[in-house]
Design a binder for this molecule. Structure first.
Ligand SMILES: [Zn+2]
Ligand SMILES: [Zn+2]
Length: 546
């Protein structure tokens, strides 16, 4: 038999594993980072595929790397649990040629640096509710406590996500929902009680999140994410989680996230089926890329009768179980946790779970080159302006100073300028954002037929309504508006709204808010006291009431 390797040396796999472990120990391979592809590692280490796999298996067995099926191998943090193995495995990396082959650990002092990422800290589990997480090698408590996460939709999925994020101590939650609680929600919503009937889902979920973990700061919007949430709020989040049940809202969230370059985690459930997917701007497909031509056509047809579109969204209830909501909501929460830690997520991929046969598979979507969602705003100018005070004329003046006399403002929401009856030809000047005109109100009060609406979303300076405030034409607080001159765009944030629109002080007992302690608080003495839910969400602004 021909001996290629001298018997006194380590096997090739052992020496490859040692080199990789040394990289882990010296910090050149950071925890959470994906290892290079197999082919690259084979070249770098000068070994065959079989040898490489043997090396990777031994690293995995010693908890130094982990496999994410369909993605690859990832470095784990070196901590008190795997330090001994790491030292043993790396022992001879630098001097392997002179070391005898042995399975015994190397003797003598080791001069490998102890992982600097996570100092060993033994928490007080009797007093520290989040202490258990300290034992997770990659968990960064401070990052989790500082994180800002928006949860859009407080239904079955949203309840699970909010519960999980609160339990894990995600420090700042912004909860959005326009719906009210009804009896049927109680079979799948862990945060809701029988006595909550007819209260705002967002408000109750926010209050209960605070009672699940009083250390968490919570804010909510009892309103519609597609029209009532300022883009500046998205801009200040670390991650957005969509717990939605319709395409229109998903498409809106997808565009908002793309515009301000934020990752979002979508979840969907039906009966025992569910899916989870992360969309990160610029990395693979976005939500709109996943829609078929037919779905996009359906959406645009709905938009072609704008007054009816909004009503239809409210129908379409999907049958689900609390169990699938737990599974998918848990996966969404974990994806958010990875985003908070800067760990890799499979952006542009979907994981399907079939609870009937317990099968899970992940596939990548193909990004579309012509996808209309792929646009990220450039530099955003922060203005001391406020939606309630600033007029269209004010904003146009600012835009023209930057972009010249041809600058026009592009609103995100269509404005209904007028309604005209095709029958009796009565003409009504409306000037309301589309979201504030119901399908019924679109009908002629005399003839009862649907009136023709004149819509606009561009403000060029010739309009009669330039004196109107931004809020009155449907611009939410802390929004980011666009202006262009046909050549270039400019982006303006209503940063003057920041203290009121985003403060995470809704449930602050001390009331040390921004000078208006009575606003937006729910007291948590004994049973949570909630005001009666408002009849309709505040027009065009973030609601700040308790
Ligand atoms: Zn896309
Ligand atoms: Zn009429």
């Amino acid at each position: 038999m021909i001996k290629i390797q001298p018997v006194s040396h380590r096997t090739l796999a052992e020496s490859a594993a040692a080199k990789l472990t040394a990289s882990l120990l010296d910090g050149s391979l950071q925890p959470g980072v994906q290892l290079p592809p197999e082919r690259e590692l084979m070249t770098q280490l000068g070994i065959s595929r079989a040898t490489l796999r043997e090396a990777l298996k031994s690293l995995e067995k010693n908890h130094l790397i982990e496999s994410r099926p369909g993605v690859g191998w990832f470095a784990r943090a070196i901590d008190e649990l795997n330090m001994t193995q790491a030292k043993e495995m790396a022992g001879g990396a630098a001097t392997q040629a002179s070391r005898p082959a042995t399975s015994e650990p190397p003797t003598g002092p080791l001069r490998v640096p102890i992982a600097p990422e996570k100092p060993i800290h033994i928490p007080n589990l009797k007093k520290d509710r989040l202490g258990t997480f300290e034992f997770i090698s990659w968990w960064e408590r401070e990052k989790v406590a500082q994180a800002k996460v928006m949860v859009i939709g407080a239904g079955a999925l949203g309840n699970e996500v909010i519960k999980n994020l609160s339990l894990m101590g995600v420090g700042n939650l912004f909860i959005v929902d326009f719906d009210k609680i009804e009896a049927a929600n109680l079979s799948r919503s862990v945060l809701f009680r029988e006595t909550d009937n007819n209260r705002s889902k967002a408000e109750v979920a926010a209050a209960r999140a605070k009672s699940v973990n009083p250390q968490v700061h919570v804010q909510y919007l009892n309103g519609d994410v597609t029209t009532q949430l300022g883009l500046g709020i998205f801009r200040r989040m670390d991650a957005v989680i969509g717990c939605l049940d319709n395409r229109e809202a998903r498409l809106a969230v997808n565009r908002f996230c793309y515009w301000v370059n934020k990752p979002w985690v979508d979840g969907a459930i039906q009966e025992l089926l569910g899916l989870v997917r992360v969309f990160t701007p610029g990395q693979g497909a976005c939500y709109e890329c996943t829609l078929t031509e037919q779905a996009l056509r359906d959406l645009s047809m709905r938009y072609s009768c704008p007054l009816l579109a909004r009503q239809n969204i409210l129908l379409g209830k999907v049958p689900t179980t609390p169990t699938i909501a737990s599974i998918i909501g848990a996966m969404q929460s974990q994806e958010a946790l990875k985003l908070i830690h800067g760990l890799p997520v499979g952006a542009g991929k979907v994981t399907h779970f079939n609870g009937m046969v317990n099968e899970m598979h992940t596939t990548a979507y193909s990004p579309r080159d012509d996808c209309e969602s792929h646009w990220t705003y450039g530099e955003i100018t922060e203005l001391p302006a406020r939606a309630e005070r600033t007029t269209l004329a004010d904003l146009l003046r600012i835009a023209r100073a930057d972009l010249g006399p041809d600058a026009i403002i592009e609103l995100d929401q269509e404005l209904i300028v007028s309604l005209e009856c095709p029958n009796c030809h009565t003409f009504e000047e409306t000037l309301k954002p589309l979201s504030e005109v119901s399908f019924e109100a679109g009908h002629c009060p005399t003839c009862g037929v649907l009136r023709e609406s004149t819509l606009t979303h561009a403000v060029s300076g010739d309009e009669k309504f330039l004196h109107r405030t931004l809020a009155s034409v449907g611009v939410p607080a802390l929004h980011i508006l666009r202006a262009h001159n046909g050549i270039q765009y400019r982006f303006y944030e209503l940063t003057g709204d920041l203290p009121e629109a985003l403060h995470f002080r809704h449930f602050d007992r001390t009331g040390d808010g921004n000078g208006s302690p009575a606003r937006g608080r729910v007291r948590l003495k004994g049973e949570i006291k909630l005001k009666d839910a408002p009849k309709s969400p505040a027009r065009g602004r973030v609601k700040l009431r308790g």
